[in-house]
Each structure stands twice: as C-alpha cells, then as structure tokens.
Ligand binder design. Structure first.
Ligand SMILES: [Zn+2]
Length: 129
C-alpha cells in the first residue's frame, strides 16, 4: 500500500468535487435525486434547454458520477453513488440551508408538459411513419 500523503489524498478528493462544482450540475443531481430521469424530464423540472442539460449530463457521465440506461427512445440517468447527494446536503448545511429540505426538493410528481414514461405512462411511444 502506497503511503497516503495530504497532497495526494487531497488531489483524489478534489476530482469529484470539481466535477460537480457548478450550480447547474448540482441542480441536475438534485433533480435526479435517488431515482432516475430522462433529459425531457430534467428539461421540464429545471426549465433549461435540452442541449444545455445534455452538455452537463455528458460531463457528469464522463466524470463517472452518472450512469445511463436506454429504454426505447428514452435514456435515463441516475447517480452511480448516492453519496453525491450527501455531499450536496453537507454543502447546503455549510451555507445555512437545511440538508433535509435540500434533499427533499427533488420532485417525484408528474408533469403534464412532460411526455416521458414517468409522467405519461399511459401514452404509447410515438412511432414515426
Ligand atoms: Zn417526465
């Protein structure tokens, strides 16, 4: 086992922190929470353009924070490790917010304007002619 030094450990710890250290990425992780979400669902919750969200999703996946799963025409994203949510909750406490409140901000309700299978499970997938 190689000897751990403070600089070495710090370098390792900084990797995931740097990967999530932007308000957009924290928002995406909070919106996904412990479940999974597709891009159109995130688009509805966050109110951002799909291309913008996709760009952050790709970066988070590349950083090994998110993993994806394809089902039909939808790609679902989820956290590889729920500890990222604890990390965000701890950061919330540092700035005086309630950790619990921040973790419960993710909404699990369905949205009429979203047509993902979570929001519109009764709709059959649209087949292009
Ligand atoms: Zn949805």
């Amino acid at each position: 086992m190689t000897k751990m030094t403070i600089p070495k450990i710090s370098e390792q710890i900084a990797v995931p922190l740097e990967a999530i250290a932007s308000s957009q990425r924290i928002a995406i992780l909070l919106a996904i929470g412990e479940g999974e979400a597709c891009v159109c669902h995130l688009e509805t919750i966050l109110g951002w353009r799909q291309a913008y969200i996709s760009q952050h999703l790709m970066a988070l996946r590349k950083a090994d924070i998110l993993e994806d799963r394809r089902e039909g025409r939808y790609v679902y994203y989820r956290l590889k490790n729920a500890a990222y949510l604890k990390l965000i909750a701890a950061s919330a406490e540092v700035c005086g917010l309630s950790a619990e409140g921040v973790l419960n901000i993710g909404d699990t309700k369905t949205h009429a304007s979203c047509e993902c299978p979570h929001c519109a499970p009764t709709l059959l997938p649209v087949v292009s002619p």
